[in-house]
Design a protein around this ligand. Structure first.
Ligand SMILES: [Fe+2]
Length: 170
C-alpha cells in the first residue's frame, strides 16, 4: 500500500516537473521553411569532428538578439552545416527584459536553465517561472514574451536551423 502511494506520488511529482502541452493553434503553412536551404538533420551530412567548448567567462559576447543578454557560442554551427546552433545565454546584470512579444521562424527550440530564474509568457500556456533545472521546448512559431529575469540567469538554448528570423507578434 505504502509502496503504491509512493509510486503514485513519484508519478505526480514527475508530472509536475515536466509539462507538455499542445501548441495553442495549428501553425500556419510553412512553405518558406520547407524550401529552406538547411535540410533536415542527417547523420551522413553532419561533420565527423569532435567539438569541445570549455567554460570561459571571456567567451561571452554582447552581440546577440537581446541587449540584456550575453551569449557564448558553443561552436556547433560549423560542424552541423548551420543546422544546429547551441549557446549559453546569461543576463547582463542591471539590464532588464524589454523585448516585445515575438515569435521565431525556426523548426526546433530548446531551453535549459542553469542558474537564476526567468519568467516567460507562452501563448496557450501562460506565465511560467523557469528556474535552475527547468527545460522548455518552444514549439515552432509560438508567440511568447519574457517578463523578467534574475541578474544571475544563465541558460542553454539550442535551435534548428542555427540562423532564423525573429518577428514581433501582432
Ligand atoms: Fe524568443
Amino acid at each position: 500500500m505504502a509502496r503504491r502511494a509512493a509510486t503514485a506520488n513519484r508519478r505526480k511529482s514527475a508530472a509536475k516537473a515536466t509539462t507538455v502541452r499542445p501548441a495553442p493553434r495549428k501553425p500556419a503553412p510553412r512553405k518558406s521553411l520547407m524550401k529552406r536551404a538547411a535540410p533536415k538533420l542527417s547523420v551522413a551530412k553532419l561533420g565527423k569532428q569532435v567539438v569541445v567548448s570549455h567554460a570561459d567567462p571571456k567567451s561571452f559576447k554582447g552581440d546577440g538578439l537581446r541587449a540584456f543578454f550575453e551569449y557564448r557560442d558553443l561552436g556547433l554551427m560549423g560542424v552541423t552545416g548551420g543546422r544546429v546552433h547551441a549557446h549559453v545565454v546569461r543576463a547582463v546584470p542591471g539590464k532588464h527584459a524589454d523585448a516585445p512579444r515575438h515569435w521565431h521562424d525556426l523548426d526546433f527550440q530548446f531551453v535549459y536553465v542553469l542558474k537564476g530564474w526567468a519568467i516567460f509568457d507562452y501563448e496557450g500556456y501562460g506565465k511560467v517561472k523557469l528556474t535552475a533545472g527547468t527545460m522548455v521546448y518552444q514549439p515552432p512559431r509560438i508567440r511568447h514574451k519574457e517578463i523578467a529575469h534574475s541578474d544571475d540567469l544563465e541558460l542553454i538554448e539550442i535551435t534548428s536551423p542555427g540562423e532564423f528570423a525573429t518577428h514581433t507578434a501582432v
